[in-house]
Design a protein around this ligand. Structure first.
Ligand SMILES: [Zn+2]
Ligand SMILES: [Zn+2]
Length: 214
C-alpha cells in the first residue's frame, strides 16, 4: 500500500473574475489565493445580506397589508378597476371620452406627461356618486388634460363633463347613460369583497397585457 498523499487534481478558481487554475491544498478549497478567498467570503456575505433584505421586504409587505383600513382596500379596488378599464379601452383603440380626440393626437400633444397621457376617469364622480365608484360602466378612458378638468370646451361648446356625457351617449346610447345616472343602489362592499375585486381586476389586466405582448 502506498503511503504517498494523493496529489489533488487541479481546479479552476471559483471567483468569477479570476478562474485561474490551481492545485488545492485541501479538497474543499475553491480559491486560488488568499485574495480570492476573501473575494469568496465577501460574495457569500453579500448574498446573505440580499436574502435577508428580501425577507424583510416581504415581511413589511405582509404587515402593511394587515394594517390596511377598509378605505385603503377601497382605494386598491378602485385602482385595480381603473387600471383594467384604461388598459382595455386603450387596447381597443378608444380615444378620450371627454374631448373625443384619438389616442394618436393625444399622445402627440400630451405624451410627455408623467405616468402617460391617459387616465381612466369616472363619468359620475365618486364624491357625488360613491355607489358607482367601482362600477366599470362608469369608468372610461380620458386624456390627462380632461381627467384633471383643465381641457375646457374641448368638444365645441361643452365643458369636460358635458363632453364626457356626449361621448358616452355616442358610445353606449342615451338609454344606458340614463340608466347609469338613475342607478343609486348603494354598494356596501365588505373588506373581503373589496380584496376579491382587487384580485379579479388585477388578474384581468394581467391577462390583457399578456395577450398584447404575445
Ligand atoms: Zn482566483
Ligand atoms: Zn380629452
Amino acid at each position: 500500500m502506498s503511503l504517498t498523499v494523493k496529489q489533488s487534481r487541479p481546479k479552476k478558481c471559483r471567483v468569477a473574475g479570476c478562474r485561474a487554475t490551481f492545485v488545492p491544498a485541501q479538497p474543499f478549497q475553491t480559491w486560488c489565493s488568499p485574495d480570492c478567498a476573501v473575494a469568496i467570503i465577501r460574495q457569500r456575505q453579500e448574498k446573505q445580506r440580499k436574502s435577508f433584505a428580501q425577507r424583510e421586504r416581504r415581511e413589511i409587505k405582509v404587515r402593511k397589508e394587515a394594517l390596511k383600513s377598509r378605505g385603503d382596500h377601497l382605494k386598491d379596488a378602485e385602482k385595480a378597476v381603473r387600471d383594467y378599464r384604461r388598459t382595455y379601452e386603450l387596447s381597443i383603440g378608444s380615444g378620450c371620452m371627454s374631448c373625443g380626440e384619438s389616442q394618436e393626437s393625444i399622445l402627440a400633444a400630451q405624451g410627455w406627461k408623467t405616468g402617460g397621457a391617459f387616465d381612466a376617469g369616472h363619468f359620475l364622480g365618486k364624491g357625488a356618486r360613491p355607489e358607482l365608484r367601482l362600477e366599470p360602466s362608469n369608468i372610461w378612458l380620458q386624456c390627462k388634460a380632461c381627467n384633471s378638468g383643465s381641457y375646457m370646451h374641448a368638444r365645441k361648446g361643452y365643458t369636460v363633463s358635458q363632453g364626457f356625457r356626449t361621448g358616452l351617449i355616442a358610445r353606449i346610447g342615451l338609454e344606458a347613460v340614463e340608466a347609469l345616472e338613475a342607478d343609486h343602489e348603494p354598494r356596501k362592499h365588505t373588506v373581503d369583497e373589496l380584496k376579491a375585486i382587487t384580485a379579479e381586476y388585477r388578474a384581468k389586466t394581467r391577462e390583457l397585457k399578456k395577450g398584447q405582448a404575445a
